[in-house]
Design a protein around this ligand. Structure first.
Ligand SMILES: [Fe+2]
Ligand SMILES: [Fe+2]
Length: 322
């Protein structure tokens, strides 16, 4: 208790606020941010009546979590990082940094295809093809909505594969060959596709419900598939990426025909792919499609490694392959 009271005094002096305990949890409340004790129930109730700890650092509230957000004073010494762009203007994104951005390689071959020959490959191919039919029926030609919804699924396999390789590395006391990072990077890249497309298409309530259900099913299905056969799991993703390339090509056709308005590119896309300031949605679809082609290569390559009787760690991972 003495220690705790001592800490409390220090926290108060550091933060200029009524912070009660070093062992705190952060919860949002009534539009502000409140520090809540997790030590004891009695104390917890008491703490609830205490303070709101927010320093208003000014600026607009940025919906993307950008630099306009209010900064929370931290007993832990964690300060908001002031990041600047190359031109010296403030970096507005908290979710990624300038050094994580890149220029997509648009010269990548979009037509490459792995011809399924083995039974496992045919299973992967026809699984993906059979998923295409209900997807086409559901979305018709609403490619903006389709892209946004499918990216919620596309970001799952990299995370599952990366997670399973992470645990395997721990279990077996062995390196991963860089594949954990490669797969987690893929998941993050797909999530950035989602963050981009939700700027131009807002999900309706039943679409949100669908994503909720599909995520539950697909996560578990892919998790089990990866445990049973990483060879199959990566091949499935390779074919999913081939379908994604096709979808984005159709998206581009609709943009060129004018049936989908070629609106200005979202700011997040301009910064993430280092696009010119006057870029449009068409430019964004082009770089996203190039990303999908890279994912296709990585996943077919991963499956091929397994086909050759090796484990992923035996072949250096294509780190930073964009
Ligand atoms: Fe994607
Ligand atoms: Fe992808």
């Amino acid at each position: 208790m003495l220690m705790r009271h001592g800490t409390r005094g220090l926290a108060r002096s550091l933060m200029g606020a009524r912070l009660s305990s070093a062992n705190t949890g952060l919860v949002e409340s009534m539009g502000g941010v409140r520090w809540r004790s997790t030590l004891t129930l009695g104390e917890s109730e008491k703490e609830h009546k205490e303070q709101v700890v927010v320093t208003g650092s000014g600026g607009n509230n940025n919906e993307h979590g950008g630099s306009g957000n209010k900064d929370v004073s931290s007993y832990w010494g964690i300060k908001p990082v002031q990041v600047k762009k190359d031109d010296g203007t403030p970096w507005k994104w908290n979710s990624f940094r300038p050094w994580e951005t890149y220029q997509a390689d648009l010269t990548i071959d979009l037509k490459k295809h792995h011809v399924p020959t083995t039974l496992l490959d045919k299973l992967a191919y026809w699984t993906v093809k059979s998923l295409r039919f209900p997807t086409d029926v559901f979305f018709q030609r609403r490619y903006g909505c389709r892209a946004m919804m499918l990216e919620t699924v596309a970001a799952v396999p990299g995370m599952v594969g990366g997670m399973l390789l992470h645990f395997k590395s721990l279990r077996r006391f062995e390196h991963s060959g860089g594949w954990i990072k490669t797969l987690l990077d893929e998941a993050e890249n797909e999530r950035m596709h989602l963050m981009t497309f939700m700027e131009v298409s807002q999900p309706k309530w039943y679409e949100r419900a669908l994503v909720f259900s599909v995520q539950g099913v697909f996560f578990n299905a892919y998790f089990l598939a990866y445990l049973a056969s990483p060879k199959l799991a990566h091949r499935v993703v390779g074919y999913l990426e081939e379908e994604a390339i096709h979808s984005y090509t159709e998206f581009l056709k609709e943009l060129d025909k004018g049936t989908i308005e070629n609106v200005p590119a979202p700011a997040i896309a301009i910064d993430y792919w280092r696009l010119p300031a006057d870029s449009t949605l068409r430019d964004v679809v082009m770089v996203v499609r190039a990303d999908e082609a890279h994912h296709r290569d990585v996943n077919h390559f991963a499956s091929d490694i397994h086909y050759q009787g090796q484990e992923l760690k035996d072949s250096p991972a294509p780190l930073g392959y964009h």
